[in-house]
Design a protein. Structure first.
Length: 501
């Protein structure tokens, strides 16, 4: 078998080598406590290790009183000092440009006046033009089943179209960031349309974005064959984008942006790294699991109004007896928020309005019951260091589902929002010209003496691998000989036919 045919196969040799990796890379977890290592850069109480300063946003789940004692509080999220609830509630309800206003605030540190905002929306509309033939030459070539990989590939390829690709001056990086903010919805939606065409045989269509539409409106317009959407749909998606645009400098993808930016690399590489972080199921994919979990709950709980039946099934999920066997109630709990997640609180009202429009209030009420019951169910089985609450993923997946958005785009839509926060943090890191970020790791491996090759012991596993290798090489040789003999026979038959003709 040729190597190309084995590209995705985990061979016996790889399995054996992985055992060595596991044997020599597994660390005794008690050592983390012994050396006071904050795993995940957080302590048991949820406090993060302070690694930087920022003016972009703040996230609070606890605050100190006048006596210096810390208490859990209703969650607080502020963009540039403005409460997230004020930003959403204060934005005119008759338009769907709250995300654009939040983006302006995150990048420039102040709210725009009417003229500044109009000019900013025009600037974003201008930057929505992809390079000539980019869809055909890049997005439509080798489509991936994972839209986050497609998005990252498109971002890295845009580097090749930029004549000031490595210029890290603030004006140039701002220009690059604004282009990416404007283009992310297209890159995500077009990547999905291509995937559905090539892999599922769906009809292929590409809608160009409209200059007068907001990001939320353009996503719905580009994704739907008829381009139609309601005000409630656009409003719900606009609110979701605002709530996902930023969440402090310590979340995994934003911290990745800081780390990679501190090396002095280009914008496209930094944002691609952030996308790689967000793709991870521990960071950006929780709302997908939440939607799948609720499909399981709806199928197995007969009475959606029964607290007793719902609690019993949640306990089964927690005990790894139901759903995916992971023992997690997805969408419940957060690293910082304890009493409430302000993003969940704000999204809830938009989701309820959408559920009412779609005739799915019964499902909304089921979610509300699960959100109320789950913390007590979890507390009954596990030692809790803090209170827990429903987080934004608990509602965002349901919102996307009601909007008819495919699961494959859930995390890319997160990226379409968070690119604004990543951009603000990249600029902040460059402006303050900090040192390259390089934390410490303590080595706990014992020192060893070097052994010359001839003196190293050959193990039983080595012998077994060698015998297997020789056996399969022999099989390959014989198959090659058979193929050669068959070809020679075919050639002889062809020659005989020619002679007789």
């Amino acid at each position: 078998m040729q190597f190309a045919d084995q590209y995705s196969i985990v061979t016996d040799q790889i399995t054996d080598l992985s055992k060595l990796t596991l044997e020599h890379s597994t660390i005794d977890t008690s050592l983390y406590a012994k050396y006071d290592v904050k795993r995940g850069l957080r302590d048991l109480d949820g406090h993060g290790v302070l690694t930087g300063l920022t003016e972009i946003s703040e996230v609070w789940g606890r605050q100190k009183d006048e006596n210096g004692e810390e208490h859990e509080v209703d969650g607080i999220l502020r963009y540039r000092g403005y409460d997230i609830q004020d930003l959403i509630m204060g934005h005119p309800a008759n338009d769907n440009f709250a995300f654009e206003e939040a983006t302006y605030l995150l990048l420039f540190g102040e709210l725009p006046n009417a003229q500044q905002f109009a000019e900013f929306k025009e600037l974003l509309a201008k930057y929505r033009a992809l390079p000539t033939n980019f869809v055909r030459d890049i997005i439509m070539k080798a489509p991936s089943r994972d839209m986050m990989n497609t998005l990252a590939r498109s971002v890295l390829t845009l580097y090749s179209y930029d004549h000031r690709d490595d210029d890290t001056s603030i004006d140039n990086v701002l220009r690059q960031c604004l282009e990416l903010i404007a283009l992310f919805p297209q890159l995500a939606v077009y990547g999905y349309q291509t995937y559905k065409y090539y892999h599922d045989g769906d009809s292929f269509f590409i809608h160009a974005p409209k200059a007068e539409y907001s990001a939320a409106e353009n996503i719905l317009h580009m994704l739907r064959a008829d381009s139609q959407f309601t005000k409630a749909e656009a409003r719900a998606l606009d609110v979701a984008l605002v709530l996902h645009a930023e969440h402090g400098g310590g979340n995994n993808s934003t911290f990745t942006t800081h780390v990679v930016t501190s090396s002095g690399t280009d914008t496209y590489s930094a944002i691609a790294a952030a996308l790689g972080s967000l793709k991870g199921p521990k960071h950006g994919g929780a709302n997908i699991k939440n939607v799948q979990m609720f499909e399981d709950i709806k199928a197995n709980v007969k009475d959606w109004t029964s607290d007793e039946e719902i609690s019993a099934y949640l306990l089964k999920i927690l005990n790894k007896e139901a759903f995916d066997g992971a023992g997690l109630i997805y969408g419940i709990g957060h690293a910082i928020y304890t009493k409430s997640d302000p993003r969940a609180q704000m999204l809830k009202s938009a989701v309820r309005a959408l559920a009412e429009e779609k005739g799915r209030l019964d499902e909304y009420e089921l979610r509300e019951r699960v959100a109320r019951l789950a913390p007590d169910v979890i507390a009954s089985k596990r030692h809790m260091y803090k209170n827990i609450c429903a987080n934004v993923d608990f509602y965002s997946g349901f919102a996307y589902e009601m909007l008819g958005l495919p699961v494959e785009l859930f995390t890319p839509l997160f990226a379409c929002a968070r690119i604004s926060g990543w951009s603000a943090h990249r600029l902040e890191e460059l402006i303050n010209a900090g040192k390259i970020i390089r934390p410490a790791y303590m080595n706990i491996c014992e020192h060893q003496e070097y052994i010359p090759m001839d003196n190293r012991e050959i193990t039983r596993e080595d012998i077994k691998r060698q015998v297997k290798k020789e056996f399969f090489n022999l099989v390959d040789e014989r198959e090659a000989e058979r193929d050669k003999s068959r070809k020679e026979l075919r050639d002889k038959v062809k020659d005989k036919i020619k002679e007789r003709l």
